[in-house]
Ligand binder design. Structure first.
Ligand SMILES: [Zn+2]
Ligand SMILES: [Zn+2]
Length: 312
């Protein structure tokens, strides 16, 4: 079951020569979910091989650098003759803002568009995973972060032991793996727990959108595989970060450390760090080791973490 993320734009507020504005794709087993859609996102999708055949776009908030790309993307989808429903998700105000954006400059959109407003804590449940919205703190603007949270997986089946116990391979193995006990022809009854380990946790990827460092992020990112946190400024502009509802790289790293995530990806860089983000990386590393500053096109694979086998 593959899971990866592709960062499509990493610049705050406006594009630069090196970086486009905010958008990120999560790709899980062939299904693509888009998060934010800043100006020029459709070209970034083409450049980095992200399909237009996606059905969900989640918006963190409605500042132009996260939304304006929807206008162009919807023009293109209409020209391509799309017929499938597109579902748009966002915080309070989404219905008006997104309806205006997708109909801007178009006579009609020839495919259904559903727009839903999400509250913090609300889950969009899908087969095997959910997208969970959480409250970001971005000045006064209603803002959400999103977490992709996979369901726990079945425990691992032990085929060697099954053979040793002379349990015939086939449907009985399947039943045991599903948690059922099975009765064998020789009268033995085998409990599932004999052959199947404890359930294994699913993966978790957390995207903050624009935000001050906040407890809600720590809470939802506890033990996450990847945290994508905005880092608009370096410490020299800490005051400005606080004033404008953004985070410094060090603040983002402190959140990652508190949450105990595996990996931190920094994005949404102020234009002044666009060409050389070393200051952001250096300051973040002082608080959290496993961190990268995203560039446009960065791909992060999110594998299942193998359970640690205790030393005998
Ligand atoms: Zn922004
Ligand atoms: Zn913003």
């Amino acid at each position: 079951m593959s899971l990866s993320l592709r960062v499509l734009g990493t610049s705050a507020a406006r594009p630069t020569v090196e970086r486009n504005v905010s958008s990120l794709a999560l790709i899980r087993e062939g299904e693509t979910l888009l998060f934010d859609c800043g100006e020029g996102t459709q070209r970034q999708m083409m450049r980095y091989g992200i399909t237009f055949a996606l059905d969900d776009i989640f918006f963190t908030h409605f500042h132009g650098d996260h939304v304006i790309g929807a206008i162009g993307l919807f023009r293109t989808l209409a020209l391509q003759g799309r017929t499938e429903t597109m579902r748009l998700w966002g915080p309070k105000g989404a219905k008006k803002m997104l309806n205006d954006a997708v109909h801007f400059g178009a006579d009609r959109i020839p495919f259904p568009v559903e727009i839903a407003e999400l509250e913090p804590g609300q889950r969009v449940a899908r087969a095997g995973y959910a997208i969970v919205a959480f409250a970001a703190e971005h000045g006064g603007a209603p803002s959400l972060g999103y977490a992709l949270v996979e369901e726990a997986r079945k425990g691992e089946f032990n085929p060697d032991l099954a053979r040793e116990l002379n349990i015939p391979e086939g449907p009985l193995w399947g039943k045991l793996h599903k948690g059922e006990s099975v009765a064998l022809d020789d009268g033995r009854v085998i409990a599932s727990s004999v052959l199947v380990g404890p359930p294994r946790s699913g993966r978790r990827v957390v995207l903050t959108g624009d935000t001050r460092p906040c407890d809600a992020t720590v809470e939802i990112a506890l033990g996450a595989d990847v945290l994508v946190h905005e880092a608009t400024f370096a410490e020299e502009e800490a005051e400005r970060a606080a004033e404008t509802g953004h985070s410094t790289a060090r603040e983002a790293a402190e959140i990652a450390a508190r949450a105990g995530v595996r990996q931190l990806v920094l994005t949404h860089l102020s234009a002044r760090y666009s060409h050389d983000p070393q200051a952001l990386l250096r300051e973040a590393r002082e608080k959290f080791e496993n961190v990268v500053v995203a560039r446009d096109g960065l791909e992060v694979d999110v594998p299942f973490v193998q359970p640690v086998v205790p030393a005998v």
